[in-house]
Design a protein around this ligand. Structure first.
Ligand code: NDP
Ligand code: GDR
Length: 326
């Protein structure tokens, strides 16, 4: 039975990845932070097979201990401060967790592996936010990074540190440069879920309107369930490498609003949406679109769900969930 350790297991991707690996027969260990994290219970309810271990990405001694207990064949480092907007207000914390946390995980993995570095395979959750002020369209593995937020800068550090451990110690360390991916498990602080929840609540008469920031921003949005499969595929390759994972299509926040409102039969949403400058960022990323041809040819990966179906699925989920509370 292969063994996997997942950091960030209580997040959107961690839950999907844990389900995927348990389904493939893995023994899965998940790092959960904090003394009394309420998500511990949620995780246990959704996937009772997971072994929960306590630790924090900022505490390397906890990671070394966890590595010794889990004895993983594969390590997936998904833990991060992941909300871009929050990273300006908490830039040092973001650097500690999202940047230095990667170094801590790489070092704990290297120490655990000892002389036999090839016995553990490592996945780092890199991000399209590294491209920020995009230097070419579409963005691919070789596109020059130009991050536009403390989060993006932290991800660039983690990405290059992963490459450095691969080149310095011959570790099987790969990075997935994932473009935005969403699901009904997405936190409500991200724009897709904020919109799907609000649209469902407006339809049910529970909310009157919705305040947003930049409606012109455009993203390459895919389904999280498809993207965790790409993570797993990367670690099954004989050689470690970096891969862009994206749909190749970009949509604006306005398109997202069109699809979400039309899913509940509202064609003109202008009366429901207002602009609030507090949701504007000091520097936004205007447009991202990824070229995942390398992942498609080497990993045999391709996205299964298109953007409109994804939005419809999220709105349908929120209608059911919010409706049940009435
Ligand atoms: P989430 O925000 O849903 O999950 C983040 C996870 O990190 C949570 O489990 C959180 O724990 C954990 N975490 C935060 N701080 C610490 C810490 N100090 N020590 C240990 N764990 C910590 O993110 P996603 O699931 O959406 O994303 C997974 C990874 O992929 C992240 O690294 C993200 O930056 C990256 N990524 C995500 C993309 C996306 O579109 N979703 C695209 C590209 C990259 P807790 O529940 O306790 O808060
Ligand atoms: P992003 O996702 O920053 O791309 O990072 P988010 O959903 O937060 O924003 C996408 C775009 O929507 C615009 N926007 C708003 N965003 C939020 N959150 N709330 C609003 O009210 C709002 N109004 C407009 C934003 O300005 C932005 O342009 C996500 C995270 O999962 C990262 O961890 C990951 O690395 C990247 O995706 C790829």
């Amino acid at each position: 039975m292969p063994r996997a350790l997942i950091t960030g297991i209580t997040g959107q991707d961690g839950l999907y990845l844990a389900e995927l690996l348990v389904g493939k027969g893995y023994e899965v260990f998940g790092l959960v932070r904090g003394q009394n994290n309420p998500k511990r219970e949620l995780l246990h309810r959704i996937i009772p097979q997971v072994h929960i271990l306590t630790g924090d990405l900022t505490d390397v001694s906890s990671l070394i201990r966890v590595m010794g207990i889990a004895q993983p064949d594969e390590v997936y480092n998904l833990g991060a401060v992941s909300l871009v907007a929050y990273s300006w207000e908490n830039a040092a914390l973001t650097s500690d967790v999202t940047a230095l946390g990667v170094l801590n995980m790489l070092e704990a993995t290297r120490l655990y592996a000892g002389r036999d570095v090839s016995k553990v395979r490592f996945y780092q959750a890199s991000s399209s936010e590294m491209f920020g002020k995009a230097q070419e369209v579409p963005q691919k593995e070789t596109t020059l990074p130009w991050p536009r937020s403390p989060y993006g800068v932290a991800k660039v550090y983690g990405h290059y540190m992963t490459i450095n451990y691969r080149e310095s110690y011959a570790m099987h360390a790969s990075s997935g440069i994932l473009f935005n991916h969403e699901s009904p498990r997405r936190g409500p602080e991200f724009v897709t879920r904020k919109i799907s929840l609000a649209v469902a609540r407006i339809k049910l008469g529970l909310q009157r309107d919705l305040a947003l920031g930049n409606l012109e921003a455009s993203r390459d949005w895919g389904f999280a369930g498809d993207y965790v499969d790409a993570m797993w595929r990367m670690l099954q390759q004989p050689q470690p490498d970096d891969y862009v994972i994206a749909t190749g299509k970009s949509h604006s926040v306005r398109d997202l609003l069109d699809f979400a409102f039309s899913a509940v039969g509202i064609d003109d949403w202008s009366g429901y949406v207002k602009m609030d400058p507090k949701f504007l960022r000091p520097a936004d990323v205007e447009m991202l679109v990824g070229d995942s041809s390398k992942a498609r040819s080497v990993l045999g990966w391709k996205p299964q769900m298109d953007f409109r179906s994804l939005v419809q699925m999220m709105v349908a989920h929120d209608l059911k969930e919010q409706g049940a509370r009435l």
